[in-house]
Design a protein around this ligand. Structure first.
Ligand SMILES: Nc1nc2c(ncn2[C@@H]2O[C@H](COP(=O)(O)OP(=O)(O)O)[C@@H](O)[C@H]2O)c(=O)[nH]1
Ligand SMILES: [Mg+2]
Length: 219
């Protein structure tokens, strides 16, 4: 007999507390990432998902404080990462701080199902490392212009789910929304694209369904 824990016992423990799924939310400044978080949180909680949140800001905890104050989730379940100069470094080249924050939350809340990680606002080329996340969403918005999908930024092309937010603003900013949506589908070659109005919550249920089926499985 050695001191090693039998494999069966280990796998039982792992099944009792599988590590939480991590979902990234990236996209340009002001596209609606935090607003999307605020819409996702109550929906996941209503479905019984054990949830925590990490936000990334340059030098402040602005978004974390906003989510903590929202009353949508226990404030202790929201951690802030201050990324310093480059938001994309903390989600791609060196995601150590975010991984540490995720591990801290996993230890504190052993039954955690899901950690939502909002990136700092960045440009159209930003992407998440799969060392950090299992799945990531890129949020662009109608007010940023209907040429964004055509510009074929890496974020738009490679994310697991592209969200086109602020659809309510299309008539006010002279954006041809059907064309923007069509071009987004074209450049993504059939990978998912969803439209939202995160101010009101329109379209957010579909994002929850996607994450539930593609990431959470039966959790
Ligand atoms: N009209 C409209 N405004 C939105 C929508 N989503 C977000 N906003 C607003 O856009 C601004 C930026 O949103 P925020 O979530 O802070 O963007 P972030 O920088 O990507 O986190 C805020 O004033 C939001 O209230 C939307 O779908 N429609
Ligand atoms: Mg934000």
């Amino acid at each position: 007999m050695n001191d090693l824990t039998p494999v069966a016992a280990l796998s039982k423990a792992a099944k009792a507390h599988p590590s939480p799924a991590r979902v990234g939310i990236g996209g340009p400044v002001g596209s609606g990432k935090t607003r999307l978080l605020e819409q996702l949180i109550p929906r996941f909680r209503a479905r019984g998902t054990n949830l925590a949140v990490i936000t990334n800001d340059l030098t402040t905890k602005e978004d974390a404080d906003r989510v903590r104050r929202s009353g949508l989730i226990e404030p202790e379940r929201v951690l802030a990462v201050e990324t310093g100069a480059c938001p994309h470094t903390a989600i791609r080249e060196d995601p150590t701080l975010n991984i540490q924050a995720a591990e801290e939350l996993s230890i504190k809340y052993p039954g955690l199902d899901l950690i939502l990680i909002e990136s700092g606002g960045d440009n159209l080329a930003s992407t998440f490392s799969f060392d950090l996340v299992d799945y990531w969403i890129f949020v662009i918005d109608v007010a940023g212009g209907d040429d964004i999908p055509r510009k074929r930024g890496l974020g738009v092309l490679t994310c697991d789910l592209l969200v086109i937010n602020k659809v309510d603003l299309a008539p006010h900013v002279n954006v041809d929304l059907p064309r923007m949506i069509r071009e987004a589908h074209e450049v993504r070659a059939g990978r998912p694209v969803l439209e939202t109005n995160c101010a009101k919550g329109d379209g957010v249920d579909q994002i929850v369904e996607r994450i539930a089926s593609d990431v959470l499985f039966d959790r």
